[in-house]
Structure formats: C-alpha cells, structure tokens
Design a protein around this ligand. Structure first.
Ligand SMILES: N[C@@H](CCC(=O)N[C@@H](CS)C(=O)NCC(=O)O)C(=O)O
Length: 224
C-alpha cells in the first residue's frame, strides 16, 4: 500500500488516513507532498496520484481510495472490522455516527483552529460557534467513554476508527489551549501520548522549514 499525504505538520485529514493504515498492521509507503508549494499544485492535478485532488489518497495495488472514512472502511473490510469499529451494535452505531459527524461537521472549529501540530497558542480566543463545537465534541467524547469505553482508554475501549477521526481535533485542542475536564480531558491526554500520534508529531518537526505555511500563523495572530 502507498498513502499520499500533505505535510504532517498541517494535514489533518492525512493524519486520519495514516492512523488507519498503521492500524492495518500491513507494510506501506508514504508520499508526503508539501501543501501550497509548486510540487503540491503539480501532484494535485495528477489523477494517477490524487483522483480527488485531495489528500489522503490510499493506493492499494492499482486501487485508489480517497476520503478518510472510505479509507477506514476499505481497510476494515480487508484487514478486520474489529480493529476499526466496535463489535457491539449500539456502540458501533454511536462510533459510526460520531465519525460521520466529524467528517461532515465542526466547520467553525476547523476553520478557526487549523491543525498545526508544532504551534502553541495559549490564551487563544474561541468564537461562540467554535466554543459550541468544542462543547459538542467534549460531550461526545465523555459519552463514548462512559457508555462504551470501559474496556480500555480510547473512545470505545481499544483504539479504533472514531479515535482516528478525532485525532486531529485532539491536536487542535493542544495547539489552541483547549483543556477539557473529566473523562474528555483524560481522553485528550491519552491520545496525545499515543505512540503513533507522537511518531507523527516527531516527523512533522523534521519537515523542512520551507514547508511552513505562513497564513496559518497569520490567522492565529487575530485571536491571541
Ligand atoms: N473529506 C476529505 C477531506 C480531504 C481534504 O480536504 N484534505 C485537504 C488536506 S488536509 C486537501 O487535500 N486540501 C486540498 C484542497 O482542498 O484542494 C477526507 O475525508 O479525506
């Protein structure tokens, strides 16, 4: 398998796809394309690399899969549903619902707090709409942990698809100083110390300085 991704520093959707491939336990290659560079515009226009012009794209042999949820489902079909989705029906329904809610929503959080795993903006002022997204996410995490997560430290006990979908949100909360209470707060800490998340952040720190996207820091400057 080969996964095409954006910079690890910034590409939140790539993080989801990469965690999903890691979870398969299969060997894979990575191609990281630095976003907003000449190389990015060139590779983005190549359907033989990125059929949707977006990352992540997974190539499994000659088959391309794009959209993070479709990548998760491809891998779950091939390598075992239980590594991705809870076995219990009610838990699985909740996991699929919150993963889809993440995939489609939380637009205020996503636009006000772009993922930048290397940055830190303590005292960042959240808009009311972003605060609503944070409250909703915090409630979902606490409910998953309380109702379905008793067999381990992740949302549904063992690490799975819902954790992959929310991993970039955990990174955003860390960058923008969003600290949650109770079960949701404990879950934040658990995710920040997951070995694959720390591996991703270490790789981001090793990316070339000229891959820096200055507009992200410019946006952040408006709210600190
Ligand atoms: N819904 C897609 C979102 C993918 C996406 O928007 N990726 C960003 C990078 S994090 C991208 O490729 N942006 C380029 C563009 O939209 O032109 C998914 O789940 O994978």
């Amino acid at each position: 398998m080969r996964i095409i991704m954006g910079n690890k520093r910034y590409s939140s959707w790539s993080l989801r796809g990469w965690l999903a491939v890691k979870q398969s336990g299969q060997p894979f290659d990575e191609l990281v394309v630095p976003m907003m560079t000449d190389e990015w515009w060139e590779k983005k226009a190549d359907p033989a690399l990125m059929p949707s012009s977006r990352v992540p794209t997974l190539w499994d042999g000659g088959t391309a899969i794009w959209e993070s949820l479709a990548i998760i489902d491809w891998l779950a079909d091939r390598y075992g549903q239980a590594a991705y989705w809870p076995v219990d029906g009610a838990a699985r329904a909740f996991a699929r619902s919150i993963a889809a809610e993440m995939h489609a929503g939380f637009t205020s959080l996503r636009s006000q707090c772009p993922m930048d795993v290397l940055a830190s903006y303590p005292g960042y002022r959240l808009t009311d709409d972003t605060q609503k997204d944070v409250s909703r996410i915090s409630g979902l995490w606490a409910e998953a942990r309380r109702e379905y997560g008793t067999n381990g430290p992740y949302l549904f006990g063992s690490f799975g698809a819902a954790d992959m979908m929310f991993a970039p949100v955990v990174m955003r909360f860390r960058t923008y100083g969003v600290t949650l209470n109770g079960d949701a707060g404990i879950y934040q800490d658990t995710m920040c110390s997951h070995p694959w998340v720390t591996e991703w952040c270490a790789a981001a720190a090793d990316e070339p300085a000229d891959w820096t996207i200055t507009s992200y820091a410019d946006l952040a400057a408006k709210y600190v």
